[in-house]
Design a protein. Structure first.
Ligand code: GRF
Length: 217
């Protein structure tokens, strides 16, 4: 992999947020925008599940929120293409996965090169996949945390934009650790989105490099 410059000018500030459940990270993005910590606009929230509580959070904030079930498509790729169509139809520039419990495939990744972010509740590359907080506790890790990264075809393996560490305490359960990590998630996600939207970065191999002062747009 060679050095690839980010296409700063092409990244617009319209976010598409993909969820499957609770939507607390979506809420953190909404609040950061409201409070002026994140200079962006959420154009659409898409859930693959109709019972996702995050849909109500979005609607309460006046954001269009739709259900696009992953069921009934002839293939995974067809579902990904449908997601890309809905996002492009709203002129989305950056896609934020926020508890979206689906593997994102090549058609969506290709439609948004270096423009899909995910938040994961561990310090990657430790503990990828589901139940990352339980993995950390069961492994006996002393430190875990949160990672915001670009989405690539490799599960939880894309270039890391930002990480925050969280100490694992002696008496932590998966649930108590998850709660403390979640507090950090809610700070880290808006911060990482803002960093990406400000520009002045490039992706060199698998490294996200902040190479110069932010570009003001
Ligand atoms: C978060 O822990 C996030 O890191 C993981 O899924 C969870 C989603 O929580 N990818 P919420 O729906 O944002 O509350």
């Amino acid at each position: 992999m060679g050095s690839e410059k980010s296409n700063l000018v092409r990244i617009n500030r319209r976010l598409g947020v993909l969820i499957s459940g609770r939507g607390s990270n979506l809420q953190a993005l909404v609040e950061a925008i409201r409070e002026g910590r994140l200079d962006a606009e959420i154009a659409i929230v898409i859930s693959n599940r109709e019972d996702a509580a995050g849909l109500e959070r979005a609607r309460a904030a006046g954001i269009e929120a739709i259900v696009l079930s992953h069921r009934g498509w002839p293939s995974r790729d067809e579902y990904d293409r449908a997601l890309a169509r809905e996002l492009k139809a709203r002129n989305v520039g950056l896609v934020c996965l926020a508890g979206f419990m689906r593997l994102v495939g090549v058609p969506l990744i290709d439609a948004f090169p270096h423009a899909i972010l995910n938040i994961h509740p561990s310090l990657l590359p430790a503990f990828p996949g589901i139940d990352a907080q339980r993995q950390a506790v069961e492994h006996g890790a002393k430190v875990s945390g949160v990672t915001v990264h670009f989405v690539t075809a490799e599960l939880d393996g894309g270039p890391i934009i930002l990480q925050r560490s969280v100490e694992v305490l002696e008496n932590d359960t998966a649930a108590t650790l998850a709660a403390r990590i979640l507090e950090q998630e809610h700070r880290a996600y808006p911060e990482a989105v803002q960093i990406v939207l400000e520009g002045g970065w490039s992706v060199d191999g698998r490294r996200f490099v902040r190479s110069r002062r932010p570009v003001s747009t």
